[in-house]
Design a protein around this ligand. Sequence first.
Ligand SMILES: C[S@@+](CC[C@H](N)C(=O)[O-])C[C@H]1O[C@@H](n2cnc3c(N)ncnc32)[C@H](O)[C@@H]1O
Length: 458
Amino acid sequence: MSAQGHDVAWRTACVATWEAVHDCQSSRVQGMKDTSRGHPEDDIPMLRNRMVDELIVSNRIRSSHLAAAFRTVPRHIFLPDADPTSAYRDEAIVTKWAADGRPVSSSSQPAVMAAMLEQLDAQTGQSVLEVGAGTGYNAALLAQLVGASGAVTTIDIDEDLVEQARRNLRAAGADGISVVHADGAEGWPRAAPFDRIILTAAAWDLAPAWLEQLADGGRLVLPLSLRGVQRSVALERVSNYMASVSIVGCGFMPLRGSFAGPDPVRPLGDEPGLFLELDDERPLNLVALSAALEHLGDEMATSVTVTPAEIMGGLGLWLALHDSDAGRLITLGEGLNRRLVPAVVAFPGMALTPVLVGDQALAALIRLNPAAAGTDAFEVGVRTYGPDGDDLADRLVAHVREWEAAGRPSTTGLRIRAYPAAESCSGPFTALIDKYHTRLLLDWQPPATGPGSGPTHC
Ligand SMILES: C[S@@+](CC[C@H](N)C(=O)[O-])C[C@H]1O[C@@H](n2cnc3c(N)ncnc32)[C@H](O)[C@@H]1O
């Protein structure tokens, strides 16, 4: 795997789609140290409060105690190499790269952190485990949420990051947080059970240790790969399975170590800048698939109009759940100039093209007619690449039309039930995804449906 491929996978994953969340009131509390490092002292709280105000307006922060935690914890202290103005932008900031150029640690985007902390719903006095200490910033927020009567343990797989988190926490005056150097796949049995467990790196599967170390009535929040599409899932135990109580869009760098999942991104062809993302380990004829891009087949219309946001939030998820051959072409840098594949969803320096992948052919979504002026909607079509792609194209058109007929489902109303891998399950459900330890059942429910409601099928 090339460094660039990993980088792209990470950046792709950072393209999050978001759920509507509720309004909340802000509140202010006094607290941690606030050093300005050359900026007028007054500017730092102003920058921080402005970031929090924006997170409230955008509904990422909904509860007053989370707003208070964000107002209290000085993010810039956890990012000593960043300018405070950058530290208080709603952006992820990479803090460590691997030797091959992959980003391996960051302070996550505050909006993502807020959404996940809302999902976690940590309460005063609770015991929390975080897997992925990074800078220590999220651990400091967690410590604010559980208060002096609670306990926070945070783990990182890299010793230098553990040292960094400890340093940052000390500098911020955040006491009493246990920062541990370990592989988070094993949890931290010495401090178990935990009322709350949160991962800040993306998991491919649920590690048995996390479920064993979760207290009765506890909640696990983690970014989970659903055939390459990431969602942050809050899970609670219901009899013999874990049921989602909340799911939101997210994008995280993958968990490393003993519980790392398959590497989904493969370079396509010799020239840089084009990658195929498919979330399993099947052997692919990348030479034939690369050659297929030179064989343009017919365009097919779908009569379905979409926006890029609907592709990221809804149609992409639908394809992943309905077709195990669903993947994405990722183009970046120089690859964008070659225009070998259509840029269906474009970001600065990067484009995504949802595809179905065959042995020697691909079927790709394309942009057909733009919709009304002033919108970013367009009619989505399908194009075949390669000699034998007609069946793939028919399937892709059918998926698009079925998504439309189903009311364009997105993350809203998605339900995930996670059973032990060996469990035998029967429908109805939308998708069954087998992991190493877990069998995931996914379907769409009315939004009011809570954990454990509806029939159990395993
Ligand atoms: C997005 S960063 C976490 C950000 C952090 N929570 C913060 O507030 O700065 C993801 C972190 O997960 C860590 N990580 C990756 N795999 C891990 C594993 N198996 N166990 C523990 N930490 C892991 C990485 O080293 C990285 O620091």
